[in-house]
Design a protein around this ligand. Sequence first.
Ligand code: GTP
Length: 606
Amino acid sequence: FTCDLLRNFSIIAHIDHGKSTLADRLLELTGTIQKKQSGKNEQVLDKLKVERERGITVKAQTASMIYTFHGKEHMLNLIDTPGHVDFAWEVSRSLAACQGALLLVDASQGVQAQSISVFHNARERGLTIIPILNKIDLPAAQPERIAAQMQSTFGINPSDIIHISAKTGKGVESILEAIVDRIPPPVGSTGAPLKAFLFDSLYDRYRGVISLVNIQEGILRRGDKITSCHTRKKYEVTELGIMHPEEISTDSLRPGQVGYIACNMKESSEAHIGDTLHRVGQPVEPMPGFQPAKAMVFAGVFPVDSSDFPKLEESIKRLTLTDRSVTVQRESSSALGQGCRLGFLGTLHMDVFRQRLEDEYDANIIITAPTVPYKVIYRDREVFVSNPTEFPETSDTASRVKEIQEPVVKASIIVPEEYFGDMMELCFSHRAEDLDHRYLDAGINTSSRIILTCILPLSEIVTDFFDQLKSRSSGFASFDYEDAGYRHSDLAKMSFLLNSKPVDALAIIVHRSSQDTIARQWVKKLHKVIPRQMFEVPIQAAIGKKILARETLSALRADVTAGLYGGHYERKMKHLENQKEGKRKMKKMGSVDLPQEAFFDILSNK
Ligand code: GTP
């Protein structure tokens, strides 16, 4: 395939607007995959089990298909992109390998927060955008109204919009035509020195790292000796080919093509997303590099049974081979023993990783409360702190610490007008600043929607913000955010003490404005989940030396045989045995025995 017969494109959309379903239809129409008889959506591109279960695309996948247009065979390369806000980074790097994007909007829901962010992302990269209205089969679909909305929001001419149902397949054929017709072919000369753009990598147990590349210029052949602009390491290409969507090995990859290469790369850390590869001895100008993924949510992961730590660490290592955006550091806690501190792109990412650990490695784990990276500015240096145990004490704050800053994001919320008040309230209760809003569908008579923007502390949205947003808007609000740097903040470390001893794994970082409420809530909660002990246990929340809340757990004489009548000796013994068994699973916190489950309860549903 020469360049003019190639097209590279992505599908971009708000979550659930039907990307994967459309991808499947396109692959079927081009005969790339067999049509399923059952009529059920197979979603070939969602390979991981978690993705299937949750119906979200986590890892970008790619597939090449052959389509005959005006008697000529074209190769269309689809680069699938993930849909959740946590993965914005993956969307953006996938787009760098494309010349066009299909902007998919659900005809019943209309333009949502991420429709806007992905649109701008694609436009900034100069991609040709093909607007598509999906789900026109739904009774609630309002294609005319949503088309007008797309016109007012994006400046898209309604006559350019393709109306389809990815579910029934209606209209999908015309997308294939539009891809060939409207998206420009990639440019690149066969004669130039090799220049390949690395946009994704996978890990294969047998062959090591498989990199996905987009050839910018020159021809890449098996046996070629290549080197990375970033690491300067040298490799020999042992295998290469296209994704169809399974790997099909070929002899070469030509300009504009998208494909995979295996070159004995052992560690996935060697495959830098955004890196440029060239032939040894023929240096080229690297493509503008990408920022590495930035972990924004950190949490400690500990095995329930401390002796499982080596196994847990091994499992984490193996999982991070396939998900390079997770950062790992060892951590030890006096309460929970040896564990790892992991950094994630967002809370969904954290959830997905946890589930993969549990699914694929049978790991029985406890995850601590998520923390964002705070910036602590001392007189002479700045440090990022993402673990409450390393946060400066209040006595320090007065003397050595000049300022504490927290990461903030620019949030956009799109919501029907009637929920506007609730959304304002939600934002204010999460310390919103610079609130602004405007009407999204100006000039349209039906109930209007509003786009609300504000600056929110990242820490305020990593816990329950998204759930509250959905429940307070009856599911109608959509949400997106982007990094907005750091802002000064009045934060402090809150410790929890059992029997006057602080429990390190429970410490959290709070904003002073909500310290009293949080202290009371947590102390109540601890009081509820911690079983009574043989002695009285004060439960306290403190910032520095100051106690902010207290509950007292009254003493209990744990006579497990108390309810049994005399004579039942064996039964009595069994109970005592059970009690002994129970003891083993206890975590000792200072002088207080806390069952693992209690810990789990405290940390899992804050
Ligand atoms: P993410 O990958 O998580 O971003 O989602 P997605 O955009 O890939 O959406 P997906 O293809 O998983 O579709 C979301 C839901 O919408 C699924 O339940 C689909 O069956 C449904 N769906 C997709 N297209 C259509 C359509 O044309 N009509 C109807 N009625 N339902 C559709």
